[in-house]
Write a protein that binds this ligand. Structure first.
Ligand code: NAP
Length: 408
């Protein structure tokens, strides 16, 4: 195998191969590896190292493992491998979310396997499983926690820790990247959601078209208010589709406390697959980490060498993305002195927003805080209602979508 990238994942792949853990399913040696700088650290590496991307083919690999990250040179080398009939395994969600159409179309054209199990919830091997089981995979809604760092951070915030401190803890424990912005702002989850839409809805979407919200302004007071109303705030990604509409969201959302995904703490990831009229399927496990990711990568190598093509290949129809259907909102109001609940309810109702449940008024460092849940309403109705409330009473409002499993 050729390994593109010898960072956390590439090194774990090399270690796992060297340990013999893959026998008897896979007997492979590393024919060569691509890195950015072949400095002294790599003087003792027991296989050839190169820094020129296309030079990796001089090693004549049977399989290419792409764990570089980013778009280039990953895209160029993957396309070159596919055109040469060399199967490719990648863990690179950015690459697949951005160039999935082009890469899977090339895989189909050249009849070469391209697999990406480790790109989404690396520790739970489900993409390949569902790709081979089209009836089980015919779902119309995916709800997931796809980013372990943001789940860890919000779990700490739920325990009363401020956001900045929780993020510093994630960095100290090695869960967060040196630059965690893609974890925090929802764009990492949006890329993974785009891959899930590709696999389950068989639609192609741009990750940048998904409305993504940051977890940055979720604080312990909002978490307490959510708990008082029977839920939790979690970093959730949702996609639902029914021809011709596709609705997606990635960001902090209110989950009822009996929701299986709502109960996932720390760095755990989870995916719920729903189909109207059927019981939901839940998949739960580690989303990242060098060893679990390396195992997913090498299992993909075993499958690719077995000749099984990943379903979901080829260019798929492009879809535009709107918001998912509203299940209501969790709203928190803060002001020096909040208006009476009855007045708030009247003003919101005048804009088509109906309150389902109130929490008690709480003291807050800036004055008062009060939270409530609404019945389903349009995002624009909520926006206009909260603007009118801010104009009438100078209160600041934060809203999170309610995300619930279907009860039908
Ligand atoms: N970390 C996880 O837990 C995890 C989980 C699932 C999926 N993934 C995915 O796996 C991939 C790799 O992640 P990682 O954490 O292993 O990344 P990483 O530690 O940053 O390693 C990247 C490796 O790629 C090499 N590289 C980067 N750009 C290059 C270029 N232009 N030319 C040649 N070599 C280049 C680097 O070379 P140098 O060493 O010389 O800098 C390094 O060896 C990413 O797509 C990531 O999203 C990661």
């Amino acid at each position: 195998v050729a390994v593109l990238g010898l960072g956390r994942i590439g090194s774990a792949v090399a270690d796992l191969l060297a340990s013999g853990a893959c026998a008897p399913h896979l007997e492979a040696t590393i024919a060569g590896a691509l890195v950015r700088s072949a400095d002294g650290r790599r003087a003792t590496t027991p296989f050839p190292i190169c820094t020129e991307p296309l030079a990796i083919f001089d090693a004549r690999p049977d399989v290419v493992i792409e764990v570089l990250g980013g778009l280039e040179p990953a895209r160029t080398v993957v396309l070159e491998a596919l055109s040469r009939g060399i199967p490719v395994v990648t863990a690179n969600k950015t690459l697949i979310a951005t160039y999935g159409d082009e890469l899977f179309a090339a895989a189909t054209r050249f009849g070469t396997p391209l697999r990406c199990e480790a790109a989404v919830v690396a520790g739970v091997p489900f993409l390949g499983t569902f790709a081979a089981r089209p009836l089980a995979a015919s779902v119309d809604r995916v709800t997931a926690i796809l980013n372990g760092t943001s789940n860890f951070v919000l779990s700490r915030v739920d325990g009363g820790v401020a956001f900045e401190e929780a993020l510093a803890d994630a960095r100290r424990l090695g869960y967060a990247e040196p630059d965690p912005s893609k974890d925090v702002d929802g764009s990492d989850a949006a890329e993974k959601l785009a891959i899930l839409v590709r696999h389950f809805a068989r639609l192609s979407i741009r990750p940048s078209g998904i409305a993504a919200e940051s977890i940055e302004n979720v604080g312990p007071d909002e978490m307490r208010a959510a708990r008082a109303l029977g839920g939790r705030i979690k970093p959730v990604a949702v996609a639902e589709w029914s021809s011709p509409d596709l609705g997606c969201f990635a960001g902090p959302a209110f989950l009822p406390e009996d929701d299986l995904l709502g109960g996932l703490g720390g760095v755990l990831n989870g995916v719920r697959l729903e189909r109207r009229g059927s019981a939901a399927i839940h998949l739960i496990g580690p989303g990242a980490g060098p060893e679990v990711t390396a195992r997913a990568v090498l299992d993909d190598v075993v499958e690719a060498l077995g000749g099984r093509q990943q379903v979901g290949v080829g260019a798929l129809p492009r879809a535009s993305v709107g918001p998912p259907a509203s299940q209501g909102y969790f709203v928190t109001l803060r002001a020096t002195s909040l208006p009476d609940a009855v007045d708030v309810a009247d003003l919101l109702a005048a804009h088509g927003v109906w309150i389902r449940r109130w929490d008690a008024l709480q003291a807050h460092p800036d004055g008062e805080l009060r939270a409530f849940l609404t019945f389903p309403c349009l995002p624009d109705e909520l926006l206009m209602a909260l603007r009118a409330l801010a104009a009438a009473s100078a209160c600041a409002a934060t809203s999170r979508p309610i995300v619930e499993a279907r009860r039908d």
